[in-house]
Design a protein around this ligand. Structure first.
Ligand code: GRF
Length: 211
C-alpha cells in the first residue's frame, strides 16, 4: 500500500491560535506576521480561560478573540464540536496550540489532520505531558529543548517539525531552564508556521520533510 503524503499549502493562510495562559508564543508568532515573515493572518485567538493573559493581549492587538466556557457544555466532545464549527465558519488553515491546557478530543484532531501544531518545552519524545522541566532536571539530562510538532490524538506524540536544543546546567532551576527553553520556542514556532505557509512541509508517516 502506498504511503499517504501531506504537503502544506503555499498560500496566504488563515490561522487560529489556542491558548490558556500568558500567550508569549502567540505574541512571537504574531510579531513575525507583523514583520512580514509569515504569509498568514491570525483570524481568531481562542481560549478556554476567560482571564487568560494571552486573550487580553490579543484584544489589545485588535485581533478577533473567542472564549467558550467548558462548563457550559455537557461533554468534551460537545465543546470541541462548537469550536470546530467556529473554525470551519472562518475557514482556518492552521491551528496553533500555544499553551492550550485542554486536551483536544480525537474527534477534533480528525477534523484537521496535519493542520494543528503544538509547541512543547522538551525534546520529544522525551518528557511529554506536564511538569516537563521538573522531569528533565530529575532525570539529570544534560540537554533539553523545544519541539514543534503536528498534533494527533496521541498527546505530544505527533510528527516532529522542528526542534532546538539547549544545555541543562547543574545549578538550573525549573525557572532558569524554562526561560532558556522559552527563548528557543519563540524562535522555532514562528519558523515552523512560516515553513507551513511556504508550502515547504511534507509529512510522510511520522516524518516531516522540509523542502
Ligand atoms: C510553553 O512553555 C509551551 O511550550 C507550553 O506551554 C507554555 C506556553 O507559554 N506548551 P506561553 O503561554 O506561550 O507563554
Amino acid at each position: 500500500m502506498s504511503e499517504k503524503i501531506f504537503r502544506s499549502p503555499k498560500k496566504k493562510g488563515k490561522m487560529a491560535v489556542f491558548l490558556s495562559g500568558r500567550g508569549s508564543n502567540f505574541r512571537a508568532i504574531h510579531d513575525s506576521i507583523l514583520k512580514g515573515k509569515i504569509n498568514a493572518e491570525i483570524s481568531v485567538v481562542f481560549s478556554n480561560k476567560r482571564k487568560a493573559q494571552g486573550l487580553k493581549l490579543a484584544k489589545e492587538r485588535n485581533l478577533n478573540t473567542l472564549y467558550l466556557n467548558p462548563k457550559d457544555y455537557s461533554s468534551k466532545v460537545d465543546y470541541d464540536k462548537t469550536v470546530i464549527q467556529e473554525l470551519k465558519k472562518i475557514g482556518v488553515d492552521l491551528i496553533c496550540l500555544a499553551g492550550y491546557m485542554k486536551i483536544l478530543t480525537p474527534h477534533f484532531c480528525q477534523q484537521f489532520p496535519h493542520r494543528i501544531m503544538n509547541i512543547h518545552p522538551a525534546l520529544l519524545p522525551a518528557f511529554p505531558g506536564l511538569h516537563v522541566q521538573k522531569k528533565a532536571l530529575e532525570w539529570g539530562v544534560k540537554y533539553s529543548g523545544a519541539t514543534v510538532h503536528f498534533v494527533t490524538p496521541d498527546v505530544d506524540m505527533g510528527p516532529i517539525i522542528l526542534q532546538s536544543v539547549v544545555p541543562v546546567y547543574q545549578d538550573d532551576t525549573e525557572e532558569t531552564l524554562s526561560e532558556r527553553i522559552l527563548k528557543e520556542e519563540h524562535r522555532i514556532y514562528p519558523e515552523a508556521v512560516k515553513l507551513f505557509f511556504q508550502g515547504k512541509l511534507e509529512v510522510r508517516g511520522r516524518r516531516v520533510f522540509i523542502y
